[in-house]
Design a protein around this ligand. Sequence first.
Ligand code: 0L1
Ligand code: MG
Length: 262
Amino acid sequence: MKMTSQVISALADIVIHAQDRAHTIPKLTDQYPQMSIADAYAVQDELQRRWVERGDRVMGYKAGLTSKAKMQQMGVHVPSFGILTNAMSRPENGVINIGELVHPRVEAEIAFILRSELRGPDCTIEQVIEATDFIIPAVEVIDSRYEKFKFDLTSVIADNGSSSRFVVGGRPRDVNDLDLRTIGVVIEKNGEIQAVGASAAVLDHPANAIVMLVQHLASRDQVLPAGSFVMTGGITEAIPVEKGDNVLARFQEMGSVSFRFV
Ligand code: 0L1
Ligand code: MG
């Protein structure tokens, strides 16, 4: 049975408190085992409503759990989607205050910026390419609010896909100038390589993450608006970080993204 709006609102209270005050919570399905994926996205809707109410601006979406490495790492089998706002964005070569986070991890991702709207259950990869203004390197800082980073798909969706911060950098590139399946990525922490991957790790082609996002939005009678910023998911497993760590992600033919945790 669908959760009531009172329960959805109470769950959004719990999640937003944990996000804002950087503390862990038991996964929501411990208390509400009947919670569905649709209920979890309703919690996201309520989070979005509250962020906008306090003045944050929605920039777009993140696709998560889009690679086999990530699915295996987190024990799930399908992608999740979350909302990105300007309050989560941090500048390249800047710092991220680790005191505002619980147990962050970083992942290198290819981000798309759309020049035109995408909609419908039959969205194709060709339509995504056609609608893309440019792609750009990004590093997502994920920070599950669940104890020990352990959750199920429903709970992680209600936590907005573990989103916390993101940093965009490097060089914007035209999608037609690169083979989007063979972009190599190297993630370094304090000068040491932590993980290496290629962009095909994301659903064989990162634009497929956007196809799935558009299909997901269509199932909720929504569209992906022109101007959206979309992060397509980690190319390698996520790397845990601590205070003082310097992160550098190098993207083949796209430049690099770096920042430091303080
Ligand atoms: O961006 C991601 O792939 C993360 C999605 C949520 C799962 C996690 O916290 O690892
Ligand atoms: Mg991610």
